[in-house]
Ligand binder design. Structure first.
Ligand SMILES: [Zn+2]
Length: 279
């Protein structure tokens, strides 16, 4: 049985993210939210922001982010269900029955974790690895600034059949989980390999700050120009828009609908937050 949605809503209401995070880090007021030194990487000036309206946090330095449950999972090193219990205890709430048998919620949390780890891998490859040279050249040609690359968490999937596959396997994820998350593909003969190769990677981030999917743009050669994650336990293509996480915060009441991810990013870099693309 899944945890009732109302229970999770109440749990979040009873555990505001700023009050929970305030127990771990020093929050400083900034606009309508807060900023703090990120507890997940070492830094001297604060790059972790806490959005109290949307009830999520996001670190622009290391990419960590999510809602209050994600924060506790990371901070206390807990599974999804354990983090829910932790917060229920904290706010004196009774866990609903059968909370533990929530296999689907566990799988979703696992896929989100895989996505976030993969986003780091792609980002690190683009910004630091010798394997990312081609991606860096592409970003330079498109005149993307470093700030934009960080803001969107852009990445590069190297021209390798097992780069991400082995990276994630070393972190303890199973082939089945990687195929479910759509980052790997299984051939009819049972071989597992990277779904995205030699592509500039665009993480698709939902309103809670979760990386729910990826779009990959080919740099040259053959194949479709854009390759998107198929639907997964955490992603329904028809229900998401690229860059909505930024557009949502814009004070503009109109949305600019652009054709591709690169158009969105170029327009955003030009100073318009209220731009999105369909997937
Ligand atoms: Zn960080």
């Amino acid at each position: 049985m899944a945890l009732p949605e109302n229970f999770i809503l109440d749990l979040k209401q009873n555990n505001p993210i700023d009050s929970v995070m305030g127990g771990y880090v020093t929050l400083k007021r900034s606009g309508r939210g807060y900023v703090c030194l990120c507890p997940f990487h070492s830094e001297k000036s604060p790059s972790c922001s806490v959005n109290t309206t949307g009830q999520y946090f996001h670190c622009f330095g290391c990419g960590a982010g999510g809602d209050v449950i994600t924060f506790i999972m990371k901070m206390e090193n807990l599974s999804y269900i354990e983090a829910v219990k932790f917060l229920a205890d904290r706010s004196g709430m009774q866990m609903p029955d059968n909370g533990e048998s929530n296999d689907f919620a566990r799988l979703k949390a696992r896929v989100l974790e895989i996505n976030r780890t993969a986003a780091h891998y792609f980002f690190d490859t683009l910004t630091k690895s010798p394997l990312g040279e081609k991606g860096r050249r592409y970003c330079a040609e498109r005149q993307l600034t470093r700030d934009t690359i960080i803001k969107y968490g852009l990445g590069y999937a190297p021209d390798d059949w097992h780069g991400l596959h082995y990276f994630l396997r070393d972190k303890g994820y199973t082939d089945d989980e990687l195929v479910i998350s759509n980052l790997c593909t299984k051939s009819s003969k049972g071989a597992v390999f990277d779904s995205f190769r030699d592509r500039v990677m665009f993480p698709i981030i939902d309103l809670r700050g979760n990386v729910v999917a990826f779009g990959g743009r080919i740099i040259d050669g053959s194949g479709p120009k854009y390759l998107n994650s198929s639907d997964t336990p955490v992603f329904k293509k028809s229900r998401n828009l690229f860059s909505l996480n930024f557009a949502k915060k814009s004070t503009e009441r109109k949305l600019i609908l652009a054709e591709g991810y690169m158009d969105v990013i170029a327009i955003n870099q030009g100073g318009f937050e209220n731009v999105v693309a369909t997937l």
